[in-house]
Design a binder for this molecule. Sequence first.
Ligand code: MN
Ligand code: MN
Length: 460
Amino acid sequence: MAGNGSDAGRSAWERMDEGERQAAFGLAARYVDFLNIAKTEREATEAIIEAARERGYVELRRDSTVVAGARFFAQRKGKLSALLMVGKEPLEKGFNIVAAHVDAPRLDLKPRPLYESEGLALLRTHYYGGIKKYQWTALPMSLRGVVIKKDGSCIRVTVGDGPGDPVLTISDLLPHLAREQMEKKMSDGVTGEGLNLLVGNIPLAGATKDPVRTAVLGLLRDRYGIGEDDFCSAELEAVPAFPAVDVGLDRSMVGGYGQDDRVSAFACLEAILSLEETRRTAIAVFADKEEIGSAGNTGLRSYFLDNLVAQLFAAAGITDYFEVRAALEASRALSADVSAAFDPLYENVFEKMNTSYLGAGVVLTKYTGSRGKYDASDANPEFVAHVRRILDDNGVVWQAGELGKVDEGGGGTVAQYLARYGMDVLDCGVPLLSMHSPFEVVSKADLFMAFKAYRSFLLD
Ligand code: MN
Ligand code: MN
């Protein structure tokens, strides 16, 4: 193994004693449970706030009492949230922030999804985030999300994951008839308009037009109280139906859907909930919409962070808005997001000296971006040194890595949206295999090191 961290070339496993290994396995078991209940951004947000409430976090309000050790949460639209622990130092000195995202690539139902073709009812989807479309066919899929009726009532839909639940699926062409498909480019073999979910086959007796579609509408009405028009005010997401599980005969890894970036969100949640008190005010952010560019009022290009800090300052009696801006500028942040781990099956897209490796610890990525660092928040070396010191002082195994070869492609994180405030930001996350696929893989050692890294950073 290569690797380029504080102790280059050594597996994190070799640098953990028996106690740490056990802690890593314990953390991973809780993580698997988290992945299985938090398959959408709403479910993740709900799980985060529930866990925070259990640890004494209360909703931040204009009349909250802001004293050292106070614990607050804030959420927007059920999809974007933050946890805060007030530090001993004055708020004006800024915060230690760790920001992860809770949305993940998936297939969203279209506003008018349901149609019938030759005795089959299907649901049309529009994919969310960057996916390789062929990976999403011939899999058991569950449907999760909400339908909001005109009267404002919210109907939760969760089908496909419970014991005995039926699943939905997108059919794929048999090899026998796939000659033309197989000659296409992989990007064209399955199209966006071809990602339609099978949802029914029994016709409604006596129906003259679209009898299967009509029968499915009847089921939706009887089971959920929703009509066809209600789909247009819904967020229904098709996600893989199988649960997250241990991977490897040695159970060293976790495989499952949505680990970009719920692995960071979980590590970040565990880190902040493990704190009793901090020097600087600690903030854990759990953002939505990262996978589609952080746009919208639940993404980090919104004014959420500004408003959150303004609300905290107002509660603390500081109403000068300049103080809000100054505190944000004086803050330090880790952008907690996954990176692409070296994949031995696709060696040629990685530059071995500057890539991250599964099981070699948390990855520091100085810059992301693509083809000449375009759109990167290139971290200042002074801050990278600051983070290195924190990690080394706290026994965190880490490595330095870029996402792939220079001209091969690239990606981005929320780092640039935090950097706008003037705060220092560095990407720090878990290396991942099969990113954006229905079954992503992480190492339990890296998850544990991410937890330790975020905890040490928040405590600094
Ligand atoms: Mn991500
Ligand atoms: Mn991603």
